[in-house]
Design a protein around this ligand. Sequence first.
Ligand code: AN7
Length: 351
Amino acid sequence: MTTTRGVLHRWGPVLPLTENTPRLTLGEGETPLVRSTYLERECGLDELWFKLESCNPTGSFKDRGMVVAVARAVEEGSKAIMCASTGNTSASAAAYAARAGLDCHVLVPGGRVAIGKLAQAVAFGCKIVEVDGNFDEALNAARDLTERHPISLVNSVNPNRIAGQKTAAYEIVHDLGDAPDFLAIPVGNAGNITAYWKGFTECAERELATLHPRMLGFQAAGAAPLVHGEIVETPDTVATAIRIGNPASWDTAIAARDESHGAIEAVTDEEILEAYRLLARNEGLFVEPASAAGVAGLLKRHRESRTEGGRAVAILTGNGLKDLDTALSQYEAQRTQADTTVESIEQALGL
Ligand code: AN7
């Protein structure tokens, strides 16, 4: 039996599909929208909801767009796909390529991809090239390579990716009964903020929603080109997923900010890691560092007395299991050893 879940099945009418597009799926989309029990107050909001994009098949939001991009590549007769990636795009591309029987080539910045994401790409059997450069340089190379060879580029410069990712906005509107007042989202290559704004705009046009959310995008302080209005040549942040200095969707991200009367702001690595710990410890939500940037931004705005209540949705873009090095470096102090006697364990636990 084939599954009846998935982005193409549920959102086909709003996607660029034809009757010949294979209905590819790994069960992506329809991710939970979960109300905050703690951070809502800390952020000065009437309601805070988390969209758990970490629940997608490869553990990040990338699957929503990748399923559309790969299905269209198959339809067009493509035999291979390529992407540059800070990790999650490569994991997703590799999974859907494996599913569809395509070759997959990924270019990643050497030494700067979280180990879980690399492990996924390895498991799905794609060809991985670790380039001696950052994401932006790898994306330039991928653009050149896919012009020279019959390989489909599946970065978010491919409009099918944006189309697939916009379905998350439709799901939020469906689940809440309207658009929220604010959408908090981490920003790297800026495809996702572009996609959500497209989705919310369409929902308003189709009269599924009565309002447009204010888009609040957050970049890491060491990789904040959209905040400063200039390319960052050597981006750096603990949130390696968003270590991007020259976002491909620059103009559409700025348009989303301005049309929605929103903002794109920077959060420091310390602020990101604080939100990362609070999400896990106080909400039971283990996300990767980049995914905590949106929540870090909401916390910061409240501390600076720049919030006004209302209903917000924070997009938790990727799973904490992807970046175990960061997790273990944050939590080491809570681990103790004991032998197997009750007394020893009581002592270790302080009982
Ligand atoms: C967890 O995988 O760019 O602003 O190559 O993995 O749409 O780029 C990942 C980005 C946020 C930023 N959260 O989204 C890649 C890549 C997580 C991410 C972002 C990414 P965009």
